[in-house]
Design a protein around this ligand. Structure first.
Ligand code: AKG
Ligand code: MN
Length: 199
């Protein structure tokens, strides 16, 4: 059963944020990792940054209910249907987090050269206080927070295989997060961020 090890939860000490972490939220992460890697139609998208078009350093897939689209950093990835294993996980997370989710952004980091830059998940379509449930599978990777107001605090947490990280409340208003490049990592990682798109 998922969530049976959640007594090991940790709350991250970030001011004006609500971030909690369960290192072993999934009790059987290995088969899920294998199943999901093959279940998505992965794409390497390009983004426009300061007028230059760059390929994102990771692969992505967007799974969502009919008609639910998500635009972030100026890009709208095509919608895919939910793989069965992901629907099951969605229901478990909805019960656990007590909020509905209608989409999941999946990121596949082929190795430590793949990364995600500093950003907040603050699109209007997520609403003012989004609850984002992030499941990590595969190679453990560092995940970093920094304040949006330019403050010098940094907080790093290693996201383990089978873990759940929840960001909610005012977190996206006050903090940015990133998945930095880590050259020593030579295994892939799959991340699933469950979201609720309002319009
Ligand atoms: O890969 C991760 O853990 C982070 C993904 C993320 O921040 C996002 O998809 O917005
Ligand atoms: Mn994010």
């Amino acid at each position: 059963m998922q969530g049976d090890l959640f007594q090991t939860q940790a709350n991250l000490p970030l001011e004006k944020a609500e971030v909690s972490y369960w290192p072993q939220w999934l009790s059987q992460p290995d088969p899920l990792f294998c199943e999901l890697v093959g279940a998505f139609n992965w794409q390497q998208r390009s983004l426009s940054i300061y007028g230059r078009t760059c390929l994102t350093p990771r692969l992505v897939a967007w799974c969502a209910d009919d008609g639910v689209n998500y635009t972030y950093s100026g890009d709208t990835a095509p919608r895919q249907a939910w793989p069965i294993a992901l629907l099951r996980l969605r229901r478990q997370l909805e019960v656990f987090c007590q909020v509905p989710f209608n989409g999941v952004l999946a990121n596949y980091y082929r190795d430590g050269d793949d990364s995600m830059g500093w950003h907040s998940d603050d699109e209007r379509s997520l609403g003012p206080r989004p609850c984002i449930a992030s499941i990590s599978l595969g190679a453990p990777r560092d995940f970093a927070f920094r304040p949006l107001n330019g403050g010098k605090q940094r907080h790093n947490i290693c996201l383990d295989h089978g873990s759940l990280l929840i960001m909610q409340g005012e977190t996206q208003k006050h903090w940015q997060h990133a998945l930095p490049r880590r050259r020593r990592v030579n295994q892939p990682r799959l991340n699933l961020t469950f979201r609720h798109i309002i319009d």
